[in-house]
Design a protein around this ligand. Sequence first.
Ligand SMILES: [Zn+2]
Length: 193
Amino acid sequence: MSSRRITLVVVITVGLLLSLALLPEVIRSRTPAAKDSCISLLKEIDGATQIWQEEHDKGTNDVPTWEDLKPYCKHVPLVCPQGGSYTLGALATEPTCSIPIHSLNFGYVIVMDETGARLTEVAVTVYQHQKAEYQTKTGTNGVARVTSFPASTVDSWSDGTRHLEAEKEGYEPATSPVTVQWPIRFKLKKKSE
Ligand SMILES: [Zn+2]
């Protein structure tokens, strides 16, 4: 064998060994972390509730049992990855986890004035420690969405390093921790002249 050929064989062998070594890593990274996240499980429960309701002619206020939902769920038993416990709800109320931040409403912020009227164009900022991480504004319905899924990011929001701030010209700014029941609601006070 020429030395060039030997080099080629070595390169191919090393490449093959490397890719074999990396294979589990590749497979693991392809499995979305969100699969294990509580919110995707809540979505699954919610979807199963919907199918159960349709197939059994139930009303939006009928609450299914786990037994009812079993045929429509992929991940049985459904267990919160952080040890929370689930409460099944009717379609109108949606399922919840006992860990508040694990919510299908995670990411939604509603801003009102003192009378309860929705406020538009309110700057809503996510701070991690004291650093602004993300900013958006409320729309005409007074609602802002401060994070987009993947739901996998929720777990890192439970570590207590983040908080929210809502600010609008002419109003007192307000802050809120994020480890509370979502959606987060702000009531902004008008600044006194
Ligand atoms: Zn949970």
